[in-house]
Design a protein around this ligand. Structure first.
Ligand code: WT7
Length: 651
C-alpha cells in the first residue's frame, strides 16, 4: 500500500459538463477498438468533406506491406476546415490571439474573418511564385501569425509545408530544404525572443548557399531590421499580400494527400521527414483537441509550444482551428521579462486550457512562487503536459500553484509520428496518478512486449517496450522519400506492431507509465535529439577524431547532453577548444544540441570488434560508475579508469 501512488479523481462539477465521463469514455473506447470502421466513419464527420468518403480504414502493419490509408476516397480541404467553414457562425470570433515577445507591445486578436483574408492573400502570393499542388514549401518563421497563415495557405492550395524550428542553424535548415526538395523558403527578417533577436533572414541566406539556386525566399518583414536582399530571389511577403486578391478558392484535396512533412531525430543518421496526410490527421487532431482538453465553445486555448514542433502543428494550429477555437500564440519565452510571463499571459487573455512541457515547469518552479501567486489564474479549467515524463515534484507544483488543487492535469504521451495524443487522461473521465499518462485515447491499442523476445505480455501489471497494435487516423504515413526507412524504423524490430521507441510500465489498473526512450534518442527539454546526430556534428570538426554522446539526468532539462570527445593526434584539450566545439555544434545543428558536459576522452571503451560500449559511457555520465558490470571484454579496459577519473558529472 505504501508505494501505491496517490490518485486524483476528476472534479464532480467537471464530470457533469465534460464531453466524456468515465462511462462514456469506456463505451466509446470499446467501440473504437472493436468497430474502428464504424467509430471513425462517425468521427470523420467532424470535418467538412467536398466529396464524402465511402472507405474508412485501409491499413496494414504486415511486413513488406506497411500501408496506412484513412478516408481514402474522401475529398476535402484542410484550410477550408480550419477557416472557411467557421465564417457562417463565428466570423467575428477571435481565431488567434497573438502575444508578442515584449509585454508592452500590442497583442493581436485575429478574427476568423481576418484569418480567412490573410490565408487567402498568402495563398495567392504562393501561387504567384509558381507554387503548385504537391510542391514543398519550407517555413522557417518565428512564432508570429504569419506562421499560421503560411501553413494554412499551403494547405489551401495543396502545397506540402515543412516547418523548420527557428532555433535550427543554417546547416540544419539547408539539409531539410534539400531533403524535401522545397521550391521556396518562407522566413522573417529577424525574430525577437526573450529580448534578443535571431537573424533568420541571414541564417536563410547562409542555408541557401547549399541549396539549388532555384529556391526562392519569401521574407516577412516582422521587425523591420535591415537584412541583405537578393533581387531575383527574395520577395517581401507583406507588400505582396497587399497586391494580390483577397480571395482564393480552397483546392479539393484527397484525404491521403500529404499535408506536411516534419523532420524529427531518430537513433541513426540524419533526421527523417515524417509525412502526415490531410483527412485522418485533421480528424485526429480535432478529436484529441476536443476530448483531451475538454474544449468547449468560448474557451481560450493556449498551447505554449513552438509551431516548429508537432505540438504546435496539432495544438496551436490544426486541432484548435478545426474546432473553431480561440488559440493563443506566444512569440516569447517563459522567463522574459521575468519568470512570471506564462502566468501573466493566462491572466491577461483569460486562458481556459494551458498546455506546456515539464521542463518549463521545472525551470519556473525554481524561481519561487511570488510570480505565480500574483496572477489571477481563475479562468483555467484544464492543465496539460507533454514531451517527457513529469516528475512528482513538478506535477505537485503544477497542481497546487497553477491549478490551486482543483484542476485536472492531462499528461499526454504521443510523438511527432502519431500526429496527436495517444495515451492521455480525459479531464472528466480519468482519475490521474502523478507521472502516469494513464489510458489510451479512442482507437489506440497499446501493448507491451518483452524487449528481447518481442513476446506480447498478457498480464496487466508489467514492464517492457511500448507498441501499438493497430493504426489510428493520425498516424504518419511514410518517411519522406524513403518508405523502406519507415518500415525499418517502426515495424521491423517487433513485427506487425508500430514500435514507438519508448519503454513503459503498466500498473495493475492498466495505467501506462512511460519510462523513456529505449533507443539512442535522448529527450532534452522536451526536444528529441539523436545522439548520432550530435556525434556526427562533432566528428565533422577537423580536430575531432571520435565522439560518443549519451544522455544523463538533468534537473531542469530532463536529460542533458554528455559528449566524450577524442581529439586527433597532436591536438591538445583546452578551454578554448571546448568552446570552439560547443559553438561548432550550435552551428551544425542549433543551440538545443550544444553539449551540456564535454569530456576529453583519450580513448573510448570498445569491444574487440570495435563497437563502442555505450552502456558504460551512460553509467559514467550518470556518475554511477560503481556498477559498470563486466568490462573484461573491452579491447582496452584501462580507458574506463581514465574516463571515471575525469568524469564531468559529480553529484
Ligand atoms: C517522445 C516523442 C509529442 C510532442 C512532443 C514530443 C517523449 C512525449 C511524453 C509524456 C513521457 C513523453 C517520448 C516520445 N514523450 N510525451 N507525456 N510522457 N514521455 O514529440 O519530439 O516526437 O518526441 O517524447 O519519449 O517517444 P517528439
Amino acid at each position: 500500500m505504501l508505494d501505491q501512488p496517490k490518485t486524483f479523481a476528476p472534479d464532480p462539477g467537471l464530470v457533469e459538463t465534460a464531453h466524456a465521463d468515465k462511462a462514456r469514455y469506456e463505451e466509446m473506447y470499446a467501440r473504437s477498438v472493436t468497430d474502428p470502421e464504424g467509430f471513425w466513419a462517425d468521427e470523420g464527420k467532424r470535418l467538412d468533406w467536398i466529396e464524402p468518403y465511402t472507405k474508412v480504414k485501409n491499413t496494414s502493419f504486415e511486413p513488406g506491406n506497411i500501408s496506412i490509408k484513412w478516408f481514402e476516397d474522401g475529398i476535402l480541404n484542410v484550410a477550408a476546415n480550419c477557416v472557411d467553414r467557421h465564417l457562417a457562425t463565428r466570423a467575428d470570433q477571435t481565431a488567434i490571439i497573438w502575444e508578442p515577445d515584449e509585454p508592452d507591445a500590442e497583442a493581436l486578436h485575429i478574427t476568423y474573418r481576418e484569418l480567412h483574408e490573410k490565408v487567402c492573400r498568402f495563398a495567392n502570393v504562393l501561387l504567384s511564385q509558381g507554387v503548385m499542388r504537391g510542391d514543398r514549401v519550407v517555413i522557417y518563421l518565428p512564432m508570429i501569425p504569419e506562421a499560421a497563415y503560411a501553413m494554412l495557405a499551403c494547405a489551401r492550395i495543396g502545397a506540402i509545408h515543412s516547418v523548420v524550428f527557428a532555433g535550427f542553424s543554417p546547416d540544419a535548415l539547408a539539409n531539410r530544404v534539400n531533403d524535401c526538395g522545397a521550391k521556396l523558403v518562407i522566413t522573417a527578417d529577424t525574430a525577437p525572443r526573450g529580448g534578443k533577436r535571431t537573424p533568420l533572414k541571414s541564417n536563410t541566406d547562409a542555408a541557401l548557399l547549399h541549396c539549388s539556386d532555384k529556391v526562392r525566399c519569401l521574407v516577412v518583414k516582422h521587425t523591420g531590421d535591415q537584412t541583405t536582399w537578393i533581387a531575383d530571389r527574395d520577395v517581401d511577403v507583406k507588400a505582396m499580400m497587399e497586391d494580390v486578391a483577397p480571395d482564393c478558392p480552397p483546392r479539393p484535396m484527397g484525404a491521403e494527400d500529404p499535408l506536411f512533412v516534419l523532420y524529427t531525430s531518430g537513433s541513426t543518421g540524419k533526421p527523417k521527414g515524417v509525412v502526415h496526410t490531410s483527412g485522418g490527421y485533421l480528424a485526429y487532431a480535432s478529436m484529441t483537441h476536443q476530448y483531451t482538453f475538454d474544449y468547449h465553445d468560448g474557451d481560450v486555448f493556449w498551447c505554449a509550444a513552438d509551431v516548429g514542433w508537432v505540438t504546435g502543428h496539432s495544438y496551436i494550429v490544426y486541432g484548435p482551428l478545426a474546432n473553431g477555437a480561440t488559440t493563443v500564440m506566444f512569440e516569447g519565452v517563459p522567463t522574459y521579462p521575468d519568470a512570471g510571463r506564462f502566468w501573466q499571459i493566462i491572466d491577461k487573455h483569460k486562458v481556459t486550457q494551458f498546455y506546456t512541457a515539464p521542463t518549463a515547469l521545472r525551470a519556473l518552479m525554481g524561481k519561487g512562487n511570488d510570480l505565480v501567486d500574483a496572477a489571477d489564474l481563475s479562468t483555467l479549467k484544464v492543465l496539460g503536459t507533454v514531451g517527457e515524463p513529469i516528475n512528482p515534484e513538478a506535477w505537485t507544483w503544477y497542481n497546487e500553484k497553477v491549478g490551486h488543487g482543483r484542476l485536472p492535469i492531462v499528461d499526454t504521451w504521443w510523438q511527432t509520428e502519431t500526429g496527436g495524443h495517444m495515451i492521455t487522461p480525459l479531464p472528466g473521465a480519468t482519475p490521474t496518478k502523478p507521472g502516469s499518462a494513464t489510458l489510451p485515447f479512442f482507437g489506440v491499442q497499446p501493448a507491451v512486449l518483452e524487449p528481447e523476445s518481442g513476446k506480447l505480455i498478457e498480464e496487466t501489471a508489467c514492464e517492457g517496450v511500448l507498441v501499438i497494435a493497430d493504426s489510428w487516423p493520425g498516424q504518419m504515413r511514410t518517411v519522406w522519400g524513403d518508405h523502406e526507412r519507415f518500415e525499418e524504423t517502426y515495424f521491423s524490430q517487433y513485427k506487425t506492431y508500430y514500435f514507438a521507441g519508448d519503454g513503459c510500465r503498466r500498473d495493475a489498473d492498466g495505467y501506462y507509465w512511460i519510462t523513456g526512450r529505449v533507443d539512442d534518442v535522448i529527450n532534452v527539454s522536451g526536444h528529441r535529439m539523436g545522439t548520432a546526430e550530435v556525434e556526427s556534428a562533432l566528428v565533422a570538426h577537423a580536430k575531432v577524431a571520435e565522439a560518443a554522446v549519451v544522455g544523463y539526468p538533468h534537473d531542469i532539462k530532463g536529460q542533458g547532453i554528455y559528449a566524450y570527445v577524442t581529439l586527433m593526434n597532436g591536438e591538445e584539450p583546452s578551454d578554448d577548444l571546448r568552446k570552439e566545439l560547443e559553438a561548432w555544434v550550435r552551428n551544425e545543428i542549433g543551440p538545443i544540441a550544444k553539449p551540456d558536459l564535454l569530456q576529453w576522452a583519450p580513448g573510448l571503451p570498445k569491444t574487440r570488434s570495435g563497437k563502442i560500449m555505450r552502456r558504460i559511457l551512460r553509467k559514467i555520465a550518470e556518475d554511477d560508475y560503481g556498477s559498470l558490470g563486466d568490462t573484461s571484454t573491452l579491447a582496452e579496459p584501462e580507458v574506463v579508469d581514465d574516463l571515471i577519473a575525469n568524469r564531468m558529472n559529480r553529484r
